[in-house]
Ligand binder design. Structure first.
Ligand code: NAP
Length: 249
């Protein structure tokens, strides 16, 4: 069987990094995308190669159309095929009320978390859909439980950007369901990664873990397991689904 090719955005650390390695174990060659930390992305690529698969690091800002095009063209040049996309790159920001938020903050949040994934999905559909001569494929979007919870006094803008991802997942799934492309999402809860520190709340996981019904935070690996299942043929009849990975939150 041919080895399939997967693009993971934001794969230098956290959920994207672990997903890349798990997907390699499941048989994918992986394009490891990052924004800044190319050295970390190269370590992820080395872990993919250790699983016997090929890896390509592409530093590209998926919040820009030029970055998205560069990412997919790099995949075309190196692997000559695309079978799957994980729209994982995402950002939070400092805790603020909506009445304190600047237009620049809102623009960055929505450009990175909503527009970027939509542009990546567009490029993936152009390559994978049978309508465009492709062989089919799978897209997994990384949303957040925040889309359900609204995140008051934290980052309502982030929650709203992830709600956009949920609706986009549903709509795109229906649009391409008859074209061989499955589109699903995972909604992680409180997951122990560096994203919380990047939003100025390094203690967030420790503080919130006791409030989770399962009384603990989740790991990036627990989220990656759901993502890789959705990519796999084991999920062949699953599309338009949004899978909560939240410990019940
Ligand atoms: P993380 O540890 O902060 O990692 C974020 C990754 O995204 C990094 O690899 C970063 O690259 C990359 N990135 C950020 N902006 C980018 C851009 N414009 N272009 C390309 N890459 C970009 O995050 P995480 O916790 O693993 O989160 C991954 C996804 O899960 C996000 O969509 C997040 O919203 C979602 N999520 C996380 C949690 C949680 O509790 N951790 C909960 C719900 C949902 P560099 O390292 O190069 O900067």
């Amino acid at each position: 069987m041919d080895t399939k090719t997967l693009i993971v955005t934001g794969a230098s650390r956290g959920i994207g990094a672990v997903t890349s390695v798990r997907a390699a174990r499941a048989g994918f060659d992986v394009v490891v995308n990052c924004l800044r930390d190319e050295a970390a992305a190269e370590r992820v690529a080395a872990a993919v190669r250790a699983e016997g698969r090929r890896a390509l690091v592409v530093r590209a800002d998926v919040a820009t159309e030029a970055g998205v095009l560069a990412l997919f063209e790099a995949c075309d040049r190196t692997f000559g095929r695309l079978d799957a996309l994980v729209n994982n790159a995402g950002v939070v920001d400092a805790a603020q009320r909506v009445d304190e938020m600047s237009a620049a903050r809102l623009a960055r949040m929505f450009t990175t978390n909503a527009v970027g994934p939509m542009l990546c999905a567009r490029e993936a559909v152009r390559r994978m859909s049978t309508r465009h001569g492709g062989a089919g494929g799978a897209i997994v979007n990384v949303s957040s439980a925040a889309a359900r919870l609204g995140s008051p006094n934290q980052y309502v803008d982030y929650a709203a950007s992830k709600a956009a991802i949920d609706t986009f997942t549903k709509g795109l799934a229906l649009e391409v369901a008859a074209e061989g492309v499955r589109v699903n999402a995972v909604r992680p809860g409180i997951i122990d990664t560096e994203i919380h520190a990047s939003g100025g709340q390094p203690e967030r996981v420790r503080q919130l873990a006791p409030t989770v019904p399962m009384r603990r935070a989740g790991s990036a690996d627990e989220v990656a397991a759901a993502i890789v299942w959705l990519l796999s043929d084991d999920a062949a009849y699953v599309t338009g689904a949004i899978v909560d990975v939240t410990g019940g939150r």
